[in-house]
Structure formats: structure tokens, C-alpha cells
Write a protein that binds this ligand. Sequence first.
Ligand SMILES: *[C@@H]1O[C@H](CO)[C@@H](O)[C@H](O)[C@H]1NC(C)=O
Ligand SMILES: *[C@@H]1O[C@H](CO)[C@@H](O)[C@H](O)[C@H]1NC(C)=O
Ligand SMILES: *[C@@H]1O[C@H](CO)[C@@H](O)[C@H](O)[C@H]1NC(C)=O
Ligand SMILES: *[C@@H]1O[C@H](CO)[C@@H](O)[C@H](O)[C@H]1NC(C)=O
Length: 193
Amino acid sequence: MISIAKVVLISCLSWKVLCEPSLVYKMKNIECITIPGFSANASCFIKAINWNKAVAQMDVDLVRPLYNISVRLQVFKKDYSNQFQPFLIDVHINVCDILSRRSFIPYGVMILRVAERFSNFNHSCPYAGHLLARGAYIDETFIPISPPLGLYKLNITIMENYLRTPAAHVGGIVWYVQTMQPVKKKIKHTTNG
Ligand SMILES: *[C@@H]1O[C@H](CO)[C@@H](O)[C@H](O)[C@H]1NC(C)=O
Ligand SMILES: *[C@@H]1O[C@H](CO)[C@@H](O)[C@H](O)[C@H]1NC(C)=O
Ligand SMILES: *[C@@H]1O[C@H](CO)[C@@H](O)[C@H](O)[C@H]1NC(C)=O
Ligand SMILES: *[C@@H]1O[C@H](CO)[C@@H](O)[C@H](O)[C@H]1NC(C)=O
């Protein structure tokens, strides 16, 4: 144990970046939207771990199986007048194609890497029954760019057969994430004579 601690300490000293990320993505809030006939029994909340980290727990029951899932991902950033404004990303992603490795579009792959790590949303379509996520968070290993500091809203609308009319709106997840400099722990120095 001691040698592991030493190695970690030495790596921290020599490669500061490893132990102290330059940017943290702290989850502030989460909302899950269910649609009667498609989804039910949603329970979504954030659990604070420390000043820099909070994780999401999510549970939802599917009322009927989903065979052809797509999502619309919209990102908003809060501006100086406290309004959320669209921020660069507004994409439709065919989730089943990503899950079965038929599509590799970057935002889809990012969502999937997070989902596969923290949830049972990790196999090819169809999906049925209970979906859950535990201890989910995002950090800079998932996100290839460094977005500006601020509060972001990620609106993920989940649909079945979206190009077909009428598209069925199945449910949704809204994530509020703060990008910020890590809060550093104050180290008390005892001054000796
Ligand atoms: C929602 O929860 C209730 C109570 O546990 C359960 O009876 C019902 O089957 C659940 N709904 C779905 C779609 O699984
Ligand atoms: C998917 O997630 C579930 C629950 O976390 C896990 O038990 C299962 O092994 C995972 N399957 C794959 C293929 O990763
Ligand atoms: C999320 O997007 C859906 C579909 O575009 C919209 O109906 C809903 O109001 C949005 N929710 C929030 C909180 O922005
Ligand atoms: C699945 O949805 C896509 C649009 O997102 C549509 O082009 C395709 O025909 C659908 N496939 C099936 C089997 O319904």
C-alpha cells in the first residue's frame, strides 16, 4: 500500500496534470422526462461527492420495447443575462447504429462511452424493461475539447423511429453541468519557529 501511495505521489509531482485536471465538469442537476405509454417510474438524482464531483443515479422502466432509438442532443450555455442560448451542438443520433458499431459519429460515440461505463445501456437494440445508471459523471477523458467555463444544459430527447411520422417521443434527460476550474483543497501549513 505504501509503495502504491508513493508512486501516486511521485506521479502527481512529476505529472501534475494526471492528479489535477485543468477543467472539471460538475453535474448540478438532472431531470428525467417520461412519456405515458413509453416510459414510467423515472427516478433521477445527483449525489455530491466533493467540491469538484457529483454523480448521477438514474432509473426508468420502459413500458414497451424500443427497436429503433434515436436521440436529439442539444447543448445550451447560460449567457450573461442568465438565459440559456444554443451552444454549437444540435444533432440527431441513431443510437442503435452506434450501439451495433454501424455508426461512429463523434457525439454519439461520446454518449455511448459514458453510457457503457455507467449503465446497463450497453448492448445492441432492442431495449426493454428497466434501465439504470449508477455513479455516472463526465470528465475530460470523455470530452476531446475544452469548452469555455460556464453552466451548460444538455437536452437529450429520446425518440423511436424518428424520421417516420408521427415520430414517437419516448422520454428525455436534461443535464445541467458546470465547467469550472477545480476547487483546490486548502493545505494548512504549520509554521515552525
Ligand atoms: C412501475 O412501478 C410499478 C410499481 O413498482 C410497477 O407495478 C409497474 O410495472 C412499473 N412500470 C413499468 C412500466 O415497469
Ligand atoms: C452491461 O451492464 C450490466 C449492468 O451494469 C452488466 O451486468 C453487464 O455485464 C454489461 N454488459 C456488457 C456487454 O458490458
Ligand atoms: C428539450 O427538448 C425538447 C424537444 O426539443 C423540448 O420539448 C423540451 O422543452 C426541452 N427541454 C428543456 C428543459 O429545454
Ligand atoms: C429506424 O429509424 C430511422 C430514422 O431514425 C429510419 O430511417 C429507419 O427506417 C427505421 N428503421 C426501422 C426498422 O424502423
